[in-house]
Design a binder for this molecule. Structure first.
Ligand SMILES: Cc1cc2nc3c(=O)[nH]c(=O)nc-3n(C[C@H](O)[C@H](O)[C@H](O)COP(=O)(O)O)c2cc1C
Length: 324
């Protein structure tokens, strides 16, 4: 914690904000520190988490991290992204996840289940919005009925997450996985109602959100981790991301976490998401986040940040942000 203190900044006032309780939808978190989803790839072959994972999350919570997002959980085995990924596709995965959420709650922390489908990046079956050639791999287009099946699987996964004691859900709409594949014009070349103009490319995300909101009700926090940019030459842009964020905020999403990187990404394009403000330039996506924020305010926004950026961000007078 001491590391955050910056002797060049005169007022310590913004620091206090970090330690103040904060509400995301109906959920109160005890401070504004958030652990972004980070997979440990330690689950067994059935996607059941091992005791080491429970210990890790208990350790985080006992260190007073206010909000933790569990590393991504596949909603169906077909959407598994890597060996050791944990799942929430079957009831038999629930008891161990319940041990994990109990461990976090023992220390007063809150925890969201990040639910995901890898689409083109699946290690079980590469399928996504379109037929797609990724250089060394090929993926096939899902049929409309498969798309509806996946939407249903997201809904089932969300209900299992609540049964397992999670305080809410985070949809993984970033990093080139299935939701962000649908959003990207580069990855999604469908000619039906799931592709083409942005309104159609957003349909998959919106249907998932609607399904989950209808089954869980208005009080359970639903967050979205989304790309601010795919960092590709001809993919999803910050202007599109701003529209998606605005629409999702209007629909009732409770928290938007800004991230980046997707299908066709190239390192060189990452720079365009940065802020030129010297105080903010350490936060990877701060420049784009400012634009997105203008469309989502007053919904809280979360952004990955270094200690210096964190301090600067608070001085920047956006105390409702949750910084990760
Ligand atoms: C080991 C590791 C595992 C990660 N696992 C996930 C994950 O399960 N879900 C997710 O949304 N992001 C995951 N991330 C990404 C981080 O949550 C975070 O978004 C990213 O590191 C921020 O980008 P930056 O480091 O460029 O600022 C992972 C990152 C690392 C290093």
């Amino acid at each position: 914690m001491r590391k955050i203190l910056n002797p060049t900044v005169n007022s310590l006032e913004p620091m206090h904000t970090l330690f103040q309780a904060f509400k995301i939808g109906s959920m109160e978190i005890k401070n504004r520190f958030m652990r972004s989803a980070t997979t440990s790839a330690w689950a067994d072959e059935q996607g059941v988490i091992r005791p080491e994972i429970v210990n890790l999350y208990e350790h985080l919570s006992s260190g007073d991290v206010g909000l933790i997002v569990k590393g991504h959980l596949y909603v169906t085995e077909k959407g598994k992204a890597h060996v050791g990924m944990a799942g929430i596709s079957s009831d038999m995965q629930i008891p161990k996840l319940k041990e994990l959420t109990d461990a976090v709650h023992r220390h007063g922390g809150k925890i969201l289940a990040q639910i995901n489908h890898a689409g083109y990046h699946s290690i079980v079956e590469r399928a996504g919005p379109s037929d797609y050639f990724g250089g060394e791999w090929k993926a096939r287009a899902m049929s409309a009925s498969e798309i509806w099946d996946v939407i249903e699987e997201f809904g089932q996964a969300a209900m299992r997450a609540i049964e397992a004691g999670f305080d809410g859900i985070q949809l993984h709409g970033a990093h080139g996985y299935l939701i962000s594949q649908f959003l990207s014009k580069r990855a999604n070349s469908r000619a039906d109602e799931w592709g083409g103009m942005l309104e159609n490319r957003m349909r998959f995300l919106k249907e998932i959100y609607h399904g989950i909101r209808c089954s869980l009700g208005g009080d359970v926090p639903i967050a979205l981790k989304m790309n601010c940019d795919d960092f590709s030459l001809d993919g999803y842009t910050v202007d599109e991301a701003t529209v998606v964020a605005r629409d999702m905020a209007a629909l009732g999403i409770d928290l938007i976490e800004v991230s980046g990187g997707g299908i066709g990404q190239e390192e060189v394009y990452r720079e365009r998401a940065r802020s030129l403000d010297p105080d903010l330039c350490e936060a990877s996506f701060a420049g784009h986040a400012v634009k997105i924020r203008s469309a989502t305010k007053p919904k809280p926004l979360a952004l990955h940040c270094s200690p210096k950026g964190l301090f600067a961000g608070l001085s920047w007078n956006h105390p409702e942000l949750v910084w990760t």
